[in-house]
Design a protein around this ligand. Sequence first.
Ligand code: HEM
Ligand SMILES: *[C@@H]1O[C@H](CO)[C@@H](O)[C@H](O)[C@H]1NC(C)=O
Ligand SMILES: *[C@@H]1O[C@H](CO)[C@@H](O)[C@H](O)[C@H]1NC(C)=O
Ligand SMILES: *[C@@H]1O[C@H](CO)[C@@H](O)[C@H](O)[C@H]1NC(C)=O
Ligand SMILES: *[C@@H]1O[C@H](CO)[C@@H](O)[C@H](O)[C@H]1NC(C)=O
Length: 509
Amino acid sequence: MALLPPSFVAALVSGLLVLWYVYSTLNAYLALRHFKGPWSSGFSRLWLLRANLGGRMNHEFRAVNDKYGKTARVGPQTLLTTDVALIKRMNGTRSDYRRSVWYNALRLHPTRDNITSHRDEQVHSRLRAQMTQGYSGKDVPDLEKDIDRCIEDFFALINRTYVSSEAEYVPFDLARLATFFSLDVISTVAFGKSFGFLDLNDDPFGYLPQLQTLLPAIIFFGVYPEIQKIMRLSWMQALLPKATDVNGVGRVMGFAKDVVAERFGEEKVVRRDMLGSFLKNGLTQDQLESETLTQVAAGSDSTATVIRMAIFLIASNPSVYNKVLEELDVAEAAGKLTRPVIRDSESRLLPYFQACVRETLRCYPPVTGQLAKQSPANGDHFNGMYIPPNTQIAWNSWGLMRTKEIFGDDVDVFRPERWLASGGHTPEELAHMEETVWMAFGWGRFGCLGRPVAQMEINKTIPELLMEYNFQIADPSNPFSVKCVGFFIHTDMFFRVSKRIRRESRTAT
Ligand code: HEM
Ligand SMILES: *[C@@H]1O[C@H](CO)[C@@H](O)[C@H](O)[C@H]1NC(C)=O
Ligand SMILES: *[C@@H]1O[C@H](CO)[C@@H](O)[C@H](O)[C@H]1NC(C)=O
Ligand SMILES: *[C@@H]1O[C@H](CO)[C@@H](O)[C@H](O)[C@H]1NC(C)=O
Ligand SMILES: *[C@@H]1O[C@H](CO)[C@@H](O)[C@H](O)[C@H]1NC(C)=O
């Protein structure tokens, strides 16, 4: 080496690096060249980064699949799909798909995984099995009562603060209040202690603003997982939320740590809630701490999105609004609704309302991206196409729910009638629509564990809101702000709310 001048060595090394880069880029390009997509996506992740961080990920993704087909290329090793058959296939045991590196981004904690981020399928499915009972509500006898209590807290807050009168308009921000509500519900059913956002009518430790900055960080790391490794450096860890923080997500971590600690030791608290169920099924104190936080992160914004969008979509479509109120009034007059809070079992029997729920999930699936799975180590053949090993396959739920061949040509219209037997679809088509819309909760072994809790919240809260109050969009020219970063960040969704005067004695038929 002594014979070679240093500048020559440097040139040689950089030359080799460039060659290696060109070779691997070309390789990646060629491997997926039979899938069409935005031109730059064959050799760069910039398209994906821009789509992720631009705040319009749902629209960008939809446009790609509309233009390039059900499965399109969006990055050097990444496909994006709206293909129901492919989504189902990825769940099969024989196909051996697993979570891709994208899921590492859900691991905010530098060293510790939790159920949403585990990529080892064996570890993941064991954890799922230990937690299913708690999540399904089977181990939580007071689930419904707990939700009732939160609904009453919610309405008490609206009654005392947000009811407008002829003389006074009080802006009611449903974006913010639905999040408060869902945070109080999840803390109550998960560990028997409400965060108390509704009581305070405030976010005293800045949880919402911090979440709104963390979510974009998560999707950034989803595109560039290698950068996340830097986060393991100790100076970077100082930037992450931690349990000793007095504010934001860290404060919630601290809260979680405390409620978990109460379940251990001499004077331990024993409760039949989700935490109690996980404990009974063998989760350790460490695991419980991270899973508690996961429940809060996974279970609050998603449900809040459905609640606020259902009210918004119904309130902005007069014929729908009238019809759903009619159904509720008739059922109430016939004594078919428990007061003060409708039972889940009663809500199921309201066909038009349930059609509104499906239509809301279709128009506004709360979790949009990317949730990329990874193809098996020896690749896969699907539909006559070869998917090379370790290809990331992201889903596009917004596009999926707007597939014309499944839902009809009017996919952009909010039309609950499409879900009724009389809505113009054959029973077979309806069955396929049903199967597809519930994919909003994911699919099979990758699907949402909290679905029973979420659906119970939805089944009870939305009809009660509609029956108790009139909702009038405060500014139709600018109804709300939205940023889609995988989840939706909704802000400033103002309504004028007034108490509803029930129509006089209807006769039940
Ligand atoms: C309408 C509301 C909700 C929707 C649309 C929804 C949707 C989803 C989706 C799409 C996934 C990911 C599937 C994948 O990785 O491919 C997921 C996972 C998950 N959700 Fe939900 N979710 C909702 C509410 C909730 C609630 C209320 C909870 C908690 C009580 C919850 C807990 C979870 C958990 C723990 C996972 C991870 C499951 C696993 O890793 O195996 N979700 N959800
Ligand atoms: C809110 O006000 C309505 C009508 O005045 C009343 O029926 C309802 O019980 C109140 N709800 C709560 C939780 O205070
Ligand atoms: C677990 O995953 C969620 C994402 O769903 C993340 O927000 C949270 O910080 C993670 N918790 C820990 C302790 O790693
Ligand atoms: C997912 O795959 C498993 C294993 O093949 C199967 O038992 C399960 O029914 C599938 N789930 C769905 C929703 O298709
Ligand atoms: C909520 O209503 C739906 C009907 O669309 C029903 O399938 C579901 O069982 C109900 N409740 C829960 C907790 O899922």
